[in-house]
Design a protein around this ligand. Sequence first.
Ligand code: PHE
Length: 344
Amino acid sequence: MQEQIDQYTGEINAFSPASAADLETFRIKFLGTKGIIKDLFDQFKSVGPEEKRTYGKVLNQFKQLAETKYAELKETFDSGLKPQDSELDLTLPGEGFEVGSRHPLSLTRMEIIDIFKRLGFVVAEGPEIEDDWHNFSALNFPEEHPARDMQDTFFIKKNNGKDDIALRTHTSSVQVRMMENGKPPFRAIMPGRVYRNEAISARAHCFFHQVEGLYIDENVSFADLKQTLYHFVQELYGEGTKVRFRPSYFPFTEPSAEMDISCTICGGSGCNMCKYTGWVEILGCGLVDPNVLENCNIDSKKYTGFAFGMGIERITNLKYVIRDLRLFSENDVRFLKQFQTEII
Ligand code: PHE
């Protein structure tokens, strides 16, 4: 009898049902009216008084073991858990989960937007697939004009005509959409991805990101443009950063300029980032050409305005001293992790 009980005890302890049906089988086998325990108690009736004393206790303990095991497992199943779940050790230390980080380009974009928002600029967006009108013609690029080649365009449909479709080469196209669909005054910035057909290298990529800006109102002058961009640079790169404007050419602005800032790395004394000139170029700008205003049904006698456009990659490179554009799109976590502390 002892042997039998030992064997069944082992069986009960090791019992681990996969389903409620298994548990029911267990109940019938041990605790049922024709089950093992009933059988053992029947056998018990016919043993001598000496053995009764020994086995009485053993048998009762065994019965209790089977009942407790059954009751515990039943409760687990009734509560909807699986028995394995109940073996979870809730006192173990938890597994930490990694917090991601913002992409450096996002950080810069957010910072630029923030500065211009404080100056009253709103954010405008537009499509990345553009027609000839919004990307070129409305912006005063004459047909067959070499200025179109300045921006190596990815054409989706090319007809050498007005119905060309292309990936936008700049977000100036959003300025056109904004002017066409609203009434001045306008004060907006246009962040977004743009595409140009360039071989990928450390210094060029086939897509990059821009923030362009547009300010149209009565009596807007070049002085307003200079002061706005000067303020922007002080906010972004710190007080005391110098700016200078060089004459340039864009079909949609007249006069046009490029703006340089004193090198953010060497402060102007000369280093390989600024090619030992002390200056680095960060954006193009100018007063909106009256032809562009007229193309968008804005009275160029009444309204004037300025526009500017910068590459977010370039601004980021200068801010964090990144020398290879390809890093931005490779998504190597060793690169991205370095910006972890800057999560906003
Ligand atoms: N659209 C120009 C470019 O992509 C930038 C620019 C915008 C220049 C507005 C002047 C005024 O290069």
